[in-house]
Ligand binder design. Structure first.
Ligand SMILES: Nc1ncnc2c1ncn2[C@@H]1O[C@H](COP(=O)(O)OP(=O)(O)OP(=O)(O)O)[C@@H](O)[C@H]1O
Length: 314
C-alpha cells in the first residue's frame, strides 16, 4: 500500500475495496474498513454476508482477488512469522491435539512466541485453573472456547481476531468472557470480532461494522449506528375515539419526543393530572437499527428508511 492511498497510516487495520469471489459468488464485494489501534470493532451481518471471508483475508489465511489490505502495517498476503507473532487468532474451535491437557496445550502454544504470557496466569485469567490437568477433549463447549481464547492471546497480540467467540456459552460464561475481553481492551489490545449477538457488540465494541452482501453498509458507535434518522424515538399512544368507539392505537416517529408529547397532550385536552392512554416513548434498540440496515433497501431513500419502527402517518 502506498502512502497516498493509506489515509490512516497508524491504524491497526486498513481495508480498501476488498474483493473475493468463489466462482460466481461475490463473497466480499468492495469492502472498506479501518480499525484504529486500541479499538474494539465488531463485525455484524447475516449468515453469508462475507464476515469470515474478510477476517480470514486479514489473518492471512485466505487470498484476496482485489483491494488494499494493511494489518499492523503489513500486507497479510505476504507477511512472515514476525507479523504472525503480533496477531492473535481465535478461530471456531479446533479439535486437534485433543489428548493434550489444558496446561500442556497452553505451554505448547506459548513456545511459538517471543514474549508469551505466563501459562499458569493465563489459564487462571480464563477461569480454567481447575481444568489445568484435564485433556482438552473432556472440556465442555464453553470451557473449550475459553481455552481457544487463551491460545489466541498467549503471545501478547497487538491485534486479536475473535470469530463468534461466545457461541454456545451460558449467560454466566458470556459475562465472564466479556470481562476478559474488556480487560484486554483496557490493556490496549486492538480487537476485531465477529458476532451474531447484538448485546455482545453493544457491550464490547467501540464501533460496529454492519456487512451485507460483502459490503460495509454502516459503521459507527453502537449508540450512533444508522445515524439520527434511525435513532428517532417512536411515541405510541391510544387515540380516544370521537363517538364512544374503541380507542385507536397510534404511533409517530419523532426527533423531539418531549415536544411531541407536550403537543399531543394539549391536542387531547389532557390536564396536568391526566394520562395519555397507553403512552410509550421507545428508542430503537441496536437490534432494531441493525434489522433495518440488513433489510431490503427501500425503493427510494437511504437504507435506514426501512427501519423496523416506521410509524404510520398521523
Ligand atoms: N470456501 C468457499 N467456497 C465457496 N463459497 C464460499 C466459501 N467460503 C464462503 N463461501 C460463500 O461466500 C459467502 C460468504 O461466506 P462467509 O463465510 O464469509 O460469510 P459469513 O458472513 O461469515 O457467514 P456466517 O455468519 O454464516 O458465518 C457465502 O455465500 C458462502 O457460501
Amino acid at each position: 500500500m502506498t502512502s497516498s492511498d493509506s489515509p490512516a497510516t497508524d491504524a491497526a487495520v486498513v481495508v480498501r475495496g476488498l474483493r473475493k469471489s468463489y466462482g460466481s459468488k461475490h463473497a466480499v464485494d468492495g469492502l472498506d474498513l479501518t480499525v484504529e489501534r486500541g479499538e474494539v470493532v465488531a463485525i455484524l451481518g447475516p449468515n453469508g454476508a462475507g464476515k469470515t471471508t474478510t477476517v480470514e483475508i486479514l489473518e492471512g489465511f485466505r487470498d484476496r482477488d482485489a483491494g488494499e489490505v494493511s494489518v499492523l502495517g503489513v500486507d497479510p498476503a505476504t507477511a512472515g512469522r514476525s507479523w504472525r507473532a503480533r496477531i492473535g487468532v481465535v478461530l471456531q474451535t479446533m479439535n486437534d491435539q485433543a489428548e493434550l491437557t489444558v496446561g500442556e496445550l497452553v505451554r505448547h502454544f506459548a513456545r511459538y512466541y517471543p514474549d508469551p504470557r505466563d501459562p499458569a496466569e493465563l489459564i487462571e485469567a480464563v477461569g480454567l485453573t481447575d481444568k489445568i490437568g484435564t485433556r482438552t477433549r473432556q472440556l465442555s463447549g464453553g470451557q473449550r472456547r475459553r481455552l481457544d481464547v487463551a491460545l489466541g492471546i498467549v503471545g501478547h497480540p497487538e491485534l486479536l481476531f475473535l470469530d463468534e467467540p461466545t457461541t454456545g456459552f451460558d449467560p454466566q460464561a458470556r459475562r465472564s468472557f466479556w470481562d476478559l475481553v474488556a480487560g484486554l481492551r483496557d490493556a490496549g489490545t486492538t480487537i476485531l470480532l465477529t458476532t451474531h449477538y447484538l448485546d455482545e457488540a453493544e457491550q464490547l465494541a467501540d464501533r460496529v461494522a454492519v456487512v451485507r452482501d460483502g459490503r460495509l453498509v454502516a459503521l459507527g458507535a453502537p449508540h450512533e449506528l444508522g445515524g439520527p434518522e434511525a435513532r428517532r424515538a417512536v411515541v405510541r399512544w391510544s387515540e380516544p375515539a370521537a363517538e364512544g368507539g374503541p380507542p385507536r392505537p397510534r404511533q409517530e416517529r419523532t426527533a423531539t419526543p418531549t415536544a411531541f408529547v407536550r403537543a399531543l397532550a394539549a391536542r387531547l385536552g389532557a390536564g396536568p393530572g391526566d394520562e395519555i392512554p397507553d403512552l410509550q416513548v421507545v428508542r430503537p434498540s441496536l437490534e432494531d437499527v441493525y434489522l433495518g440496515l440488513i433489510g431490503e433497501p427501500a425503493a427510494t431513500g437511504p437504507v435506514m428508511a426501512t427501519a423496523a419502527l416506521d410509524g404510520e402517518p398521523s
